[in-house]
Design a protein around this ligand. Structure first.
Ligand SMILES: *[C@@H]1O[C@H](CO)[C@@H](O)[C@H](O)[C@H]1NC(C)=O
Ligand SMILES: *[C@@H]1O[C@H](CO)[C@@H](O)[C@H](O)[C@H]1NC(C)=O
Ligand SMILES: *[C@@H]1O[C@H](CO)[C@@H](O)[C@H](O)[C@H]1NC(C)=O
Length: 481
């Protein structure tokens, strides 16, 4: 009886596994037709990884009222770049990226290194003020003033204050592509007086006392790399495509120095009070989304508000608030897969460090243990390609692709809380400095307690949605089209 029963069970199991096998086959066949996800590699032409000198503007993407075109600062889509003001120098870009990351780490550091850095650089700056981070490499053009004038700004989810260089440049202005904003020609410009409760409020949002100069409210921002901007807190009409935000508080920069060259200033999309997201909260419900273009020669978008609604293919993960720096958007990163294989990294590695998403950091920074696991697996899967030593101190896993027509790159996915996996676009895996040097576009933090940063190289081609009220961040692959 027992044997007859067990052979019956065995038979059921065989039948079951046969059908399971069929299902699996059907499932895999479907996967193959959707993408080359099945073998977990991306096969790309090496030539397609090289920069192009002609702009292919995306005609797709959400065409909503408050949608701005996103361009790469050093790409051919930033058309007015006639005088070669902006030439991409990878060495310089990666050095700036490291100083941005160092500033972010010092802001989160528990032994208040942030304050130390603040004091040591205070010599050239009149006031105590919040140290801020460097500038991003993706730009949008907004209208400032009445009549409006175009100003091209780097947009930055890691800072709050929007600023632009302003005439008469009482200190000094660096060269920019657009004409420098002249408040005396705008009928909607107003100075913010000092001392006033508003000035106190604006200053305290940056953690400093109010500062007056000629009875006007002064701001100053210093960046980790030594760059700075000083000027007046002012109110002005901001135009986003055809949308108008009146009495928008911004920094009218009178003394601006550093590595911003070419662009007029910065558009702050952080979580703090003075950011555009908060100032226009009523209009846009603290909701925005963007897609960073896949190449320097194509375009993406930055959309404020929900527009036509939310795509059903977006996957949302909780947006976390980091108690030490509330301007940043926090994420719960819990895992990584390479070539379809989940790496065995203890979740405590991620929870010890914490994670933010930042539009201005270029290369994703991971806790050292996580990076080492990623690197090991990646190298194993790339073993058919000749490895070379890197010319950059950021990277340590680089390949010479000059003798190849195409390259098969292992896919990489990031896993977030709420059961969300984000399959990175194939363009976000290798950072190509030149044909003879293509590097794994991730880096390890030095200290396991340093915060991890989901950088913009890895966000390329994804739609990224920030829903501050809903406290969630959404991702959708193939987001620029
Ligand atoms: C993965 O698929 C691509 C085509 O999409 C193919 O060229 C490549 O050889 C495959 N790789 C492996 C390891 O099977
Ligand atoms: C790129 O930037 C680095 C660091 O600022 C500099 O030393 C180098 O000369 C620059 N290269 C070019 C080609 O301008
Ligand atoms: C703002 O202040 C400047 C200098 O103090 C002054 O020249 C200008 O007229 C003021 N603008 C307005 C709109 O009050």
């Amino acid at each position: 009886m027992a044997t007859r029963f067990s052979s019956f069970v065995r038979c059921i199991l065989y039948i079951y596994s046969f059908f399971a096998f069929l299902c699996l086959q059907a499932h895999e066949a479907r996967e193959t037709t959707e993408s080359d996800h099945l073998n977990h590699t991306h096969t790309v032409q090496v030539s397609s990884l090289m920069p192009s000198s002609t702009c292919t503007a995306s005609t797709k993407g959400p065409k909503r009222e408050a949608s701005l075109t996103v361009k790469h600062k050093y790409g051919p889509c930033f058309q007015s770049n006639k005088d070669q003001l902006l030439v991409l120098n990878h060495t310089e870009l990666l050095l700036q990226d490291q100083s941005r990351v160092n500033s972010i780490h010092s802001m989160f550091s528990k032994n208040s290194d942030g304050n130390k850095l603040r004091e040591s650089q205070a010599t050239t700056i009149p006031a105590k003020s919040g140290l801020s981070i460097g500038i991003g490499n993706y730009i949008v053009t907004v209208g400032l003033g009445t009549p409006k004038t175009d100003q091209t700004l780097a947009f930055d989810t890691g800072s709050d204050l929007t600023w632009a260089q302003c005439k008469p440049c009482a200190g000094q202005c660096y060269k920019q592509v657009d004409p420098i904003f002249d408040p005396s020609r705008s009928t909607s410009y107003t100075n913010i007086s000092c001392p006033t409760p508003l000035c106190t409020q604006l200053a305290s949002a940056k953690g400093s006392p109010q500062q007056c100069s000629n009875s006007k409210c002064l701001y100053s921002v210093r960046y980790g790399d030594g760059s700075f901007t000083i000027g007046y807190f002012s109110k002005e009409r901001l135009t986003i495509t055809s949308d108008v935000v009146d009495n928008f508080v911004f920094g009218c920069g009178q003394d601006n120095e550093g590595l911003f060259k070419g662009i007029a200033g910065l558009l702050g999309l952080g979580r703090g009070q003075v950011s555009l997201v908060q100032q226009a909260a009523q209009k846009y419900s603290q909701f925005f989304s963007y897609c960073l273009p896949s190449t320097t020669s194509s375009t993406g978008y930055l959309t404020l508000g929900k527009g036509n609604g939310i795509s059903s293919s977006l996957k949302f993960t909780p947006m976390l608030t980091l108690s030490r720096r509330q301007s940043f958007y926090g994420l719960n990163l819990i895992g990584i897969s390479v070539g379809g294989q989940r790496l065995s990294i203890p979740t405590s590695v991620f929870s010890t460090a914490g994670t933010i998403i930042d539009s201005g950091t270029v290369i994703t920074r991971l806790p050292p243990t996580a990076y080492n696991a990623l690197r090991t697996k990646f190298r194993e899967m790339m073993r058919n390609y000749p490895m070379i030593s890197s010319s950059s101190s950021i990277f340590d896993t680089c390949y010479d692709l000059s003798k190849r027509q195409s390259v098969s790159i292992p896919s990489i996915s990031l896993f977030f809380g709420g059961d969300v996996s984000v399959n990175l676009d194939k363009v976000g895996i290798l950072y190509v400095l030149r044909k003879t040097e293509a590097c794994l576009a991730f880096a390890g933090n030095r200290d396991p307690s340093n915060i991890a940063i989901f950088g913009n190289e890895q966000q390329k081609g994804l739609e990224v949605v920030y829903d501050v009220v809903g406290e969630r961040i959404g991702f959708r692959p193939g987001g620029c089209s």
